[in-house]
Design a protein around this ligand. Structure first.
Ligand code: ZN
Length: 133
């Protein structure tokens, strides 16, 4: 398994437009068109900064996992995403190492790439996403 770079940092927000106002007014950053990911009950939009993106994640409805996250912890850092060369190989290696996974097999993420989440219990409290190049 090879981690190539940090692909993005996920930030849970109540409303993408409100959060983006902060980034645009203070840092003059641009944002991608929000995408709805109905399987995850979220809307996401990306802000690119020097090859690394911030992923603003807004819950769609009160039963969205991100709505529960915000209710419990408030808005803020949600996950960090590593870009990997081969996601199948990465998950195999992690299973061998008995790392607890949220996704046993890869699924298709918001941008059409294959992704998988590791459980924060196995990663010192950090929710880690893997994304295939
Ligand atoms: Zn993500």
């Amino acid at each position: 398994m090879k981690i190539e770079k940090i692909d993005h940092i996920g930030i849970a927000v109540k409303k993408i437009e409100d959060a983006f106002k902060f980034y645009s007014e203070n840092f003059n950053l641009k944002i991608s068109e929000p995408i709805e990911v109905l399987s995850q009950k979220v809307r996401v939009a990306f802000i690119e900064i020097g090859g690394v993106k911030l992923e603003l994640i807004e819950p769609l409805g009160g039963d969205s996992p991100v709505a529960k996250f915000i209710k419990k912890k408030g808005e803020g850092l949600h996950h960090i995403c590593f870009q990997v060369d081969d996601i199948e190989d990465a998950l195999k290696k992690l299973k061998e190492n008995e790392v607890r996974l949220v996704d046993q097999v890869p699924r298709v993420g918001a941008t059409g790439k294959r992704i998988a989440f590791l459980h924060p219990e196995s990663a010192f409290g950090v929710l880690i996403e893997l994304k295939e190049k």
